[in-house]
Design a binder for this molecule. Structure first.
Ligand code: ZN
Length: 330
């Protein structure tokens, strides 16, 4: 059996582990993402690689590579983080592969975090044996990964598939990215909380509704999780916000279907705590829109690998990108 080191770099935590070629996570460690400088993150990554390489050697496990998944726009060929994410401080213009390759003899792969999520789901999760799938991660932001004809679609240097930043309303709010009315401003946790705050503000003071009054005074306490809780309790503003979110997501999904002709859409991320209900509403909406021949056959599913998907996807890069995909399933 062959193994690799997988590292999943997120805004709040970094998960790392030794993963077998068939996707089993053997050793897993989770660290807080250093918030100081890029050097503190790089130092941590070097320590992780050193420790896990030692562990593998002691246990007699043969490592064939290191796979990293990170938020941001990644120059895949050069293994470089070009522009990072607001969630990771100082994480841009980092020649990560070059830096880490000085500390290890193993091949190092650097990929976007949602691309590795798509990879994991395609190999071991919702999309097994599917060659054309689109993965959307609805979290603090909205990330996308596109596998078409069995290949990861990255564009010229790797920055493509920013599916959270296609516009669903050209008159919509300005997004973090500078564009307007992006899907992310409606379908991310941050976007859902923003819409709820705006609804509360516009609602005015309603006598007798202490819940509304409380959150009007404390908008900083409004999170997407709260919006879903209020919705379940029958709160009409929360229902309106969640429906707007589902609507925006559905329009975007139909546009992706028209563009890429996928057979499967896989949805994941923290916003989907209430997954099945949410996805069922998206299915209903999507089924009423767009070009029938394209839209009708598409399966919309939830991610299946849970919170280890990013780690597993990062770790299987040495096989998938090393041209040894078929070995994974032997
Ligand atoms: Zn945007």
């Amino acid at each position: 059996m062959e193994y690799s080191i997988g590292i999943d770099i997120g805004g709040t935590k970094i998960a790392a582990g030794i993963v077998s070629k068939n996707g089993n996570v053997l050793t897993k460690k989770v660290f807080s993402t250093p918030q100081e400088t890029r050097d503190s993150i790089i130092q941590l990554l070097e320590n992780i690689i050193f420790t896990l390489t030692e562990t593998a050697a002691i246990e007699g496990k043969k490592l064939i590579g290191i796979g990293i998944g990170t938020a941001g726009q990644i120059d895949f060929e050069r293994g470089k983080v070009l522009s990072g994410t607001a969630n990771i401080k100082d994480w841009n213009d980092v020649p990560l592969r070059e830096i880490l390759s000085k500390k290890t003899d193993l091949p190092v792969y650097i990929e976007n975090d949602v691309n590795v999520l798509a990879l994991a789901e395609q190999q071991f999760g919702a999309g097994q044996h599917v060659k054309d799938l689109i993965c959307l991660a609805l979290g603090t932001g909205v990330g996308g990964g596109i596998i078409s004809g069995g290949n990861m679609i990255r564009g010229a240097w790797g920055g493509g598939a920013e599916l959270g930043h296609i516009t669903v309303d050209m008159n919509g709010p300005v997004c973090n990215c500078g564009f307007k009315g992006c899907l992310e401003t409606y379908a991310s946790g941050t976007g859902i909380a923003r819409m709820m705050k705006e609804e509360l503000k516009a609602y005015g003071a309603i006598e007798g509704n202490s819940e509304f009054l409380y959150y009007q005074k404390h908008p900083e306490e409004v999170t997407s999780q709260l919006v879903f809780e209020l919705m379940r309790a029958g709160n009409e503003l929360a229902m309106k916000v969640v429906e707007t979110s589902i609507n925006a997501l559905s329009y975007a999904i139909v546009s992706f279907i028209h563009t890429f002709n996928p057979t499967q859409i896989v949805l994941g991320g923290g916003v989907l705590q209430d997954g099945e209900w949410f996805i069922q509403r998206v299915r209903e909406q999507v089924s009423t829109m767009g070009i029938r021949s394209l839209v009708n056959p598409v399966e919309i599913k939830m991610t299946q690998l849970g919170n280890e998907a990013g780690l597993i996807g990062a770790a299987i890069q040495p096989w998938v990108y090393g041209g040894k995909t078929e070995e994974i399933h032997q």
